[in-house]
Design a protein around this ligand. Structure first.
Ligand SMILES: [Zn+2]
Length: 432
């Protein structure tokens, strides 16, 4: 973390969160006009796409509808042409694995990293998390990185008194081990995958293990189901906070202590909920479900403008939140349910590890699907890309064998992944 710039930006964000909605919207739209002007001038992909957009005429949220959307397919196909040819340049490279198993490569500049960290600190701060508190991360693989960079990250975590515990395997033994950790470490806050927090809470209640007062729980990475929220409230106290983020832009929205929808991190992102009807696109009405379109206001190196990230959300209304912040709100996030696999003993193993593997080697495949049969055996259906190599294949098999201990894993190469009954190509499929 770039500590000093992050903390000074956090101090600014702690002021701006009390601004009026009008002031926040004005800030957002000014940043957007700057981004659009930059993109049209310096980003090959947008030179054409923004040609007919009158940037200076974008004065209110409804004007956003004049700016073209960026679909996932557009994002996948423009990983070269969406880079700025003038500074700032991409300093941090990442990739995401979509629900189709196809990665979106992206990058952003250092300044955007500072924004991301500061926004995360503010959003998590609403739940009581701040640098230096004891935080227990019940999180998926990839939270800790290996190698030299990992060593530095590790030290950072130690200084910040953060502990990581892999939540992928959810057998009773692993959950008990995590509970032991909570008892010994006495965290000030728990940060977890929503479904993992639910599984942990159920185990706490089952075994009567609770020996603590209220520990705030910050849930991310997947939708927080009401049933999971309820058990977490019983096991850790009533302070359960949902957050909404993605690899591409990090934290987009999070709950305050009112737990009445998720406040959008408006200074860094524009989050629209849109309804597409043929070629017509409109903003969803309050309470209506639509597709999330996110604009990263401070990534000029490789812009994401009105990016349809594949999530669906329920648009919030404009009533004032009890916390008095006027940052706009999403009512809820839909979907984002993690598919589960099973280990040899039948214990659930969260399929998110698959996405972590694909984030590393997804470039080698045009298509990917893991099918687990009733007898437990797993077949990886793979479609080779032009950059396929056997090392990537081996990496996938090793990863599956590590997380699904004792489960036979084989692979087969296909020309295409067959679509399911709903027309979608799921990454993880339970067959029988
Ligand atoms: Zn609030």
């Amino acid at each position: 973390m770039r500590r000093r710039p992050t903390l000074s930006r956090l101090r600014v964000l702690e002021q701006t969160q009390w601004y009026s909605l009008d002031a926040l919207l004005a800030m957002q739209l000014e940043a957007l006009r700057g981004l659009l002007a930059h993109a049209r001038r310096n980003v090959p992909y947008y030179r054409e796409r923004l040609r007919d957009v009158d940037v200076d005429a974008i004065r209110e949220p409804a004007d956003l509808l004049r700016v073209p959307l960026l679909t996932r397919a557009d994002a996948q196909g423009s990983s070269e042409t969406r880079r700025s040819t003038a500074p700032p340049f991409v300093a941090i490279h990442k990739a995401t694995s979509g629900t189709l198993g196809l990665p979106v490569s992206f990058g952003y500049e250092m300044d955007s990293e500072t924004w991301r960290q500061a926004v995360r600190l503010r959003g998590y701060g609403w739940a009581g998390y701040r640098p230096g508190v004891r935080a227990f991360h019940f999180w998926g693989p990839g939270a800790r990185q290996k190698g030299l960079r990992g060593a530095k990250v590790e030290l950072d975590h130690l200084l910040r008194r953060e502990r990581y515990f892999d939540c992928t395997v959810r057998s009773p033994d692993r959950l008990d081990a995590a509970i032991e950790h909570v008892k010994r470490f006495r965290p000030d806050v728990i940060v977890c995958f929503a479904s993992a927090g639910g599984a942990l809470a159920r185990r706490v209640l089952e075994t009567g293990a609770r020996s603590w007062g209220t520990i705030p729980v910050i849930c991310g990475a997947e939708a927080l189901l009401p049933s999971d929220r309820a058990v977490m409230e019983d096991a850790f106290g009533p302070a359960v906070f949902e957050t909404y983020g993605s690899r591409e832009v990090m934290l987009m929205a999070s709950e305050c202590a009112e737990h009445d929808g998720l406040h959008v991190q408006m200074e860094n992102v524009i989050v629209e909920v849109v309804v597409r009807d043929g070629d017509a696109v409109r903003h969803a009405a309050p309470g209506e479900v639509g597709e999330v379109a996110v604009t990263d206001l401070h990534n000029r190196a490789m812009p994401f403008i009105r990016y349809l990230n594949g999530d669906r959300a329920v648009a919030g209304d404009t009533t004032r939140c009890g916390c008095q912040r006027q940052l706009s709100r999403l009512k809820s996030i839909e979907g984002r349910v993690t598919a589960m696999l099973r280990d040899r003993a039948g214990a659930p193993v969260a399929g998110l590890f698959v996405h972590a593997l694909l984030a590393h080697v997804g470039h080698a495949f045009r298509g990917f699907q893991a099918v687990q049969r009733a007898d437990g055996a797993v077949t990886l259906r793979l479609v080779k890309s032009a950059t396929f190599d056997e090392t990537a294949h081996r990496y996938l098999l090793d990863g599956f064998e590590r997380y699904l201990e004792g489960v036979p894993v084989t692979s087969e190469f296909l020309e295409d992944i067959p679509a399911g009954r709903n027309g979608k190509r799921q990454v993880i499929l339970q067959d029988g």
